[in-house]
Design a protein around this ligand. Structure first.
Ligand code: DGJ
Length: 733
C-alpha cells in the first residue's frame, strides 16, 4: 500500500466573478498534497510562483479531486492574490499579518518569495519531510519551508529555514515557523492562561475579524501567563468527541507569538513563531536560521482523537524514553523546604523505602557555603554542597541511598544566579541585567546569559560534575523560577539577538547533556508549570505542572494539560496541600506519574498502610496510564465531576479515574458516564480499587460488555461520601 503521496497536478485554471467584474484568478500550476493517515494539507504553486495553502482537513479518497478545491472555495476578492500565502512576506503586495518581514542589507524592507524547487525526503517508514525552496527575485534571500508528516499519528511539524547571501547582515523583523490558512464555518479558540499556582486556566472564545494574539515576552518561564499550545475549533464549536479541531503549539521555550487573523474572506490565518518583540534578529550572510517547529494535528472526531494523536507522537518523537519506565518518587520540598541536614535526609531515605517508591529527590537548599542556601535569597550559582548540611558531601548520601536500595535524584536551577552568590561576585558580566539601571528581581534572583557560550559551558559542567562526582545519581529536577527583566546581554553585539540566542543556548546545553547522558530521567520544572512545551520536553522525561498540589485544583490542571501532553510526563505528587482525605489525593496523583512529597510521620498508621498499598496498586496499573490511550469522559468544567480513562493499546485493560468537583449534600453522579475506546465485543470485569477501608458500591461480580459501556456507560457512584472513585476494567474474553 502506498502510504504517502506528494502529488503534483498540472495546470488548473480557475476564474472567479467578483462583484460587477469578472477577474481571472491566478493560474494554479501545481498542487502539492501532503498526506497522513487521515489528513491532507494542500499547497498550490501558482503560475507567478507564489505558494499558497488551500486546504487542511480530511483527506480525499481520490487524489484527482484535489483539483476541484479552488472551484469550490470561490470566495471574495483578494486584492493581493496572497491572502492564502503559505508564508506571507511583507513589503510588497501584502495587506495582512506577515509570516516574515526583513530589512535587507541595503535597508530596503520589501520581500517577495517565489517558488524555486521542492524535495520530498523519506525519513523512515512513518515520516516524510517536504522542503519547499523560496527565493526573492531581487535579493539573495532564501526561505525553506519544511513540512514533516507523521503518518500514523496525523501530526505535522512545520518550520522554516531562513538564509541569505547579501553583503551585510539582514535584519529579520519577523520570522514565523508556520503560516496556516484555514477554511471553516466559525472559528473557536481554546487557549490557556495562568500564573504561579494557577496554571492552565482554560478560556474559549469565538474568533472574530481582526487579530487575536497569544504571546509571551517573559524570556524564560515563558508559559507563566499563558501556554503557546491551543485548540482551534474549525466547524463551530469545540467538543470532546466530535467536530474538527486543530490542536498544537510552538515547540519553543522562549518568547512566542501566535496570531489568529480572520481575514476579509472569512478564512482564518494562523501565524505562529518566535515572538519578534525586542528581537529583530541580525542574521549574518551564509548562516542558516532555523525557526522552531510548530507541531499540530487536526482531528475530525473532536479533541479526544487529537490528544491521542499528539500523545502517541510525543511519546515516540519528543519525550525522552516516551514509551519507557519512570521512577516513583518521594520529594522533600514541601516536607522540609530549606531546613534539612544529613540526618533528616537519612531518615527520608528510610521513608522512601518504607513507602515503597523508587527514588528520593533532594530539592532546593543543598548548596552554597559563603552564602548558604537557607532561603531563596542566596547561593544560586554556587553549586557545591553546603558543608554544615552535608558535611560528608552528596556522595555520602548517594551511597547511603544505594545501600538502602533507593535511587537518588537532585534539584538544580542552573540557569540562574542569586545576587548574593560567589558566582555573581566573580562573573557579573554573565548576568542578564541593564548595566546602568537598578536590578529588579523575580524570586530574588537573576538569569544567567545563556546566549554566551562560556555560560553554556558553565551550565553544562554544573550537571556534568554532579554526575561525575556522584556516580549513583539517577534523576534530576531542572528548575527555572525567574523571568527575564532588564533584558541585556554583555556578550551580544546586537541586543536584538539576545532572546532568541538565549533559548538556543539553553537547547545547546541540554543537547550536550543528552549526548552524554541520553537516558537519565529529568523533570522539567519552572516554578511549577512555567515552561511546558515540546521544545524543552525533547530533553526531559517529565514535567511539573504546578506548585499548586491541592488535588482539587490539580484535577483541572491535569485535565487541561492532557489535551497536549501524555500522562507519563505529568508529575503528580501527593502532598499536605488541600484538606481532602489521603485517598482523594492519591487518586488524583495516579492519573499521571504519581509521587509523594510529605512527612510519613504525619500520616496515621492506617493512612501509611493505605499509601503503601496504593504504591503497589499503582505499579500494577501504571503501564496503562503511561502507555495507553487517554479518553476524557467527563469534563469538570461542564459536569459536576471529571472522568478520565486510559485504555491499553489492545483494549484488554483500562482504568478510569472519577472525581467529584461540586460538593454538596445532593451532589452525585445520577447518570452513567459513557465510555469510548473499548472493544464492543469484549466483556469487561469491573473492579473498584484504592478503596480505603470501605466497601465498594460497585458489585464485585460486575461484568459489562464494551458495547454496553460505550452505549450506556457506567455510573461510578460518586457522591459526598465517595468523592473519588477509581475503577479498573479487565477483558475476560
Ligand atoms: C519551585 C518548584 O516548582 C518547587 O517544586 C521547588 O522545587 C522550588 N522551586 C524550590 O525552590
Amino acid at each position: 500500500m502506498k502510504k504517502y503521496s506528494l502529488l503534483l497536478f498540472v495546470a488548473l485554471f480557475a476564474s472567479i466573478a467578483v462583484g460587477q467584474q469578472t477577474q481571472l484568478m491566478l493560474k494554479t500550476m501545481k498542487n502539492i498534497v501532503l498526506e497522513t493517515k487521515n489528513l491532507s494539507l494542500v499547497l498550490t504553486i501558482e503560475e507567478n510562483k507564489d505558494v499558497n495553502m488551500v486546504y487542511l482537513g480530511k483527506k480525499l479518497q481520490d487524489h484527482i479531486e484535489y483539483r476541484q478545491l479552488a472551484n469550490q472555495y470561490k470566495q471574495g476578492h483578494d486584492y493581493t492574490n496572497m491572502y492564502q500565502s503559505a508564508y506571507t512576506a511583507s513589503g510588497t503586495r501584502n495587506l495582512l499579518e506577515p509570516a516574515i518581514s526583513v530589512e535587507h542589507a541595503d535597508g530596503n524592507q520589501s520581500l517577495d518569495l517565489k517558488f524555486v524547487d521542492q524535495q520530498l525526503r523519506t525519513l523512515d517508514n512513518n515520516r516524510k519531510e517536504l522542503i519547499i525552496q523560496l527565493k526573492d527575485e531581487l535579493y539573495a534571500f532564501h526561505v525553506e519551508l519544511h513540512y514533516l508528516t507523521n503518518y500514523e499519528e496525523n501530526v505535522i511539524e512545520q518550520w522554516a529555514v531562513i538564509k541569505h547571501n547579501e553583503k551585510k547582515n539582514v535584519k529579520l523583523i519577523k520570522y514565523a515557523s508556520a503560516n496556516l490558512s484555514l477554511k471553516g464555518e466559525d472559528f473557536y479558540l481554546r487557549s490557556f492562561h495562568g500564573d504561579w499556582i494557577a496554571e492552565m486556566q482554560r478560556e474559549d472564545e469565538k474568533l472574530t475579524h481582526g487579530i487575536k494574539t497569544l504571546d509571551s515576552k517573559l524570556g524564560t518561564r515563558t508559559n507563566l501567563f499563558r501556554s503557546s499550545y491551543f485548540a482551534l475549533g474549525l466547524d463551530g464549536s469545540i467538543n470532546e468527541h466530535e467536530g474538527t479541531v486543530l490542536i498544537g503549539g510552538l515547540d519553543w521555550s522562549g518568547n512566542f507569538r501566535v496570531d489568529f487573523e480572520k481575514d476579509p474572506q472569512d478564512n482564518l490565518r494562523v501565524v505562529a513563531g518566535i515572538n519578534n518583540y525586542a528581537a529583530h534578529y541580525s542574521l549574518a550572510p551564509g548562516v542558516d536560521f532555523f525557526t522552531p517547529k510548530f507541531s499540530f494535528t487536526v482531528s475530525t472526531n473532536g479533541l479526544g482523537d487529537g490528544s491521542r494523536n499528539l500523545h502517541d507522537w510525543a511519546r515516540k518523537r519528543r519525550l525522552i524514553d516516551g514509551y519507557g519506565e519512570r521512577y516513583t518518587v518521594l520529594n522533600n520540598w514541601e516536607s522540609t523546604y530549606f531546613n534539612f541536614d544529613e540526618q533528616k535526609i537519612s531518615h527520608l531515605l528510610d521513608n522512601t523505602k518504607k513507602l515503597g517508591v523508587d527514588l528520593f529527590l533532594l530539592d532546593d537548599g543543598w548548596f552554597g557555603n559563603k552564602y548558604p542556601r537557607n532561603a531563596d535569597t542566596s547561593a544560586l550559582g554556587d553549586w557545591s554542597e553546603n558543608k554544615s548540611k552535608l558535611p560528608n558531601g552528596l556522595i555520602s548520601i548517594v551511597k547511603e541511598a544505594s545501600d538502602k536500595d533507593v535511587k537518588f535524584g537532585i534539584w538544580v536551577e542552573p540557569e540562574m544566579v542569586s545576587p548574593k552568590s560567589e558566582l555573581y561576585e566573580k562573573k557579573p558580566n554573565w548576568v542578564v541585567k541593564q548595566p546602568k539601571r537598578e536590578e529588579y528581581y523575580f524570586r530574588n534572583q537573576l538569569v544567567l546569559d545563556l546566549s554566551n557560550p562560556e555560560v553554556q559551558d558553565f551550565v553544562f559542567h554544573i550537571l556534568d560534575e554532579l554526575f561525575q562526582k556522584n556516580p549513583g545519581l539517577a534523576y534530576v529536577k531542572w528548575d527555572c523560577n525567574a523571568v527575564i527583566y532588564n533584558a541585556h546581554s554583555f556578550y551580544q553585539k546586537d541586543q536584538n539577538n539576545f532572546y532568541v540566542d538565549y533559548t538556543k543556548g539553553l537547547y545547546q546545553v541540554l543537547d550536550r547533556f543528552r549526548q552524554k547522558y541520553p537516558t537519565v530521567p529529568m523533570m522539567l520544572c519552572s516554578g511549577g508549570g512555567g515552561r511546558i512545551d515540546y521544545g524543552s520536553l525533547q530533553y526531559f522525561t517529565e514535567y511539573w505542572p504546578s506548585d499548586n498540589t491541592d488535588p482539587f485544583d490539580r484535577i483541572f490542571m491535569q485535565y487541561e494539560n492532557s489535551l497536549f501532553f501524555p500522562a507519563i510526563a505529568s508529575v503528580n505528587h501527593v502532598t499536605t496541600f488541600g484538606k481532602q482525605e489521603l485517598k482523594f489525593k492519591i487518586d488524583v496523583a495516579m492519573m499521571g506519574k504519581m509521587g509523594f512529597d510529605l512527612n510519613l510521620e504525619e500520616l496515621t498508621s492506617e493512612e501509611l498502610k493505605f499509601a503503601q498499598q496504593a504504591v503497589k496498586t499503582y505499579d500494577q496499573y501504571k503501564h496503562i496510564i503511561w502507555h495507553g490511550d487517554l479518553y476524557r469522559l467527563s469534563d469538570p468544567r461542564k459536569d459536576n465531576h471529571a472522568s478520565i480513562a486510559y485504555v491499553n493499546k489492545d483494549k484488554s485493560e483500562a482504568i478510569m479515574f472519577n472525581y467529584l468537583v461540586q460538593y454538596g449534600q445532593v451532589s452525585k453522579t445520577p447518570t452513567p458516564v459513557r465510555w469510548y475506546g473499548l472493544d464492543p465485543q469484549k466483556q469487561y470485569k469491573i473492579q473498584e480499587i484504592n478503596l480505603h477501608d470501605a466497601n465498594s458500591w460497585i458489585a464485585s461480580d460486575l461484568i459489562l460488555s464494551g458495547d454496553f459501556l460505550m452505549k450506556i456507560g457506567l455510573n461510578p457512584v460518586l457522591n459526598n461520601n465517595r468523592k473519588s472513585v477509581v475503577l479498573t476494567l479487565k477483558a475476560i474474553n
